[in-house]
Design a protein around this ligand. Structure first.
Ligand code: DGL
Length: 257
């Protein structure tokens, strides 16, 4: 038994879509969430910048005595340097454990420009299914628009333009490889009408929890949660309340970056 909290990090509110699943399935576990709203978005930053910012989020969580860190951010998961993951507690990346794609002809990978630039999802799909046409849709500005609660029209124009440019309209699968995007899944799905959506949040949480289970480190009694953000404003407080209940709230904290 281990009542220490689980740390979850993101560049902002996106990681709440991972925390949401964790709390639903493992309600006794306490969460310390840190969202770097002061530096959002990460998706247009360099690997070096992402590593520096993510390392200060990691250090913030370590000071909170977390027993594990879930990186609720694909951009950090696939861009941070190995030194970021070298840590005294397990650091769990967003999962790449994709569903079987037998018989599928077209897949859309939806992610930030930094994640798309790594081509991780595309390469992985092609290792097993070289015949699948993979449309890589990097959406500049979409995560930040979601973060700030921008108008539906501005989000729609980002999604519509990208889908048209890449010719992804007929994709049968869409991988939500940015944790902000599940928050606007319905809007996105209007432009990918034939796609089944895959959100790696659930499998990511299970991969982390399997590590804790094997070390007999699940919480023994219900633990409190904390939702911290490095800047006030945006959609953080509203989202925290709508996902975790009206008693939950977003705190503004300083990570020293
Ligand atoms: N939520 C993030 C992800 O999963 C990053 C969004 C951003 O800061 O650009 O990639």
């Amino acid at each position: 038994m281990d009542n220490r909290p689980i740390g979850i990090m993101d560049s902002g509110v996106g990681g709440l879509t991972v925390a949401r699943y964790l709390k639903k399935k493992y309600p006794d576990e306490g969460i310390v969430f840190i969202g770097d709203t002061a530096h959002n978005p990460y998706g247009d930053k360099t690997k070096e910048e992402i590593t520096t910012l993510a390392s200060s989020l990691r250090d913030y969580l370590l000071k909170k005595q977390v027993k594990m860190i879930i990186v609720g951010c694909n951009t950090i998961s696939f861009n941070a340097a190995p030194s970021f993951f070298d840590c005294e507690v397990p650091v769990v990346r967003m999962s790449l454990n994709m569903p079987a794609l037998d018989g599928v002809k077209e897949v859309a990978v939806l992610a930030t420009p930094a994640t798309i630039a790594t081509h991780r999802h595309k390469h992985l799909i092609h290792e097993k299914y070289p015949w699948i046409q993979v449309h890589e849709l990097g959406f500049p500005g979409l995560a930040h628009a979601i973060e700030m609660g921008e108008s539906r029209e501005s989000m729609e124009s980002i999604v519509r333009r990208r889908v048209q440019e890449t010719g992804a309209e007929n994709a049968e699968y869409a991988f939500l490889a940015c944790t902000h995007y599940p928050l606007e899944k319905e809007l996105i799905s209007r432009y990918l009408p034939h796609a089944a959506f895959w959100d790696p949040a659930e499998i990511t949480v299970e991969e982390g929890m399997n590590l804790l289970k094997s070390g007999h480190q699940l919480a023994g009694t219900p633990q409190p949660d904390q939702f911290c953000f490095t800047a006030s404003g945006g959609t953080a407080d509203t989202l925290v309340k709508s996902i975790f209940g009206s008693a939950a709230h977003a705190e503004t904290v300083d990570t020293g970056e």
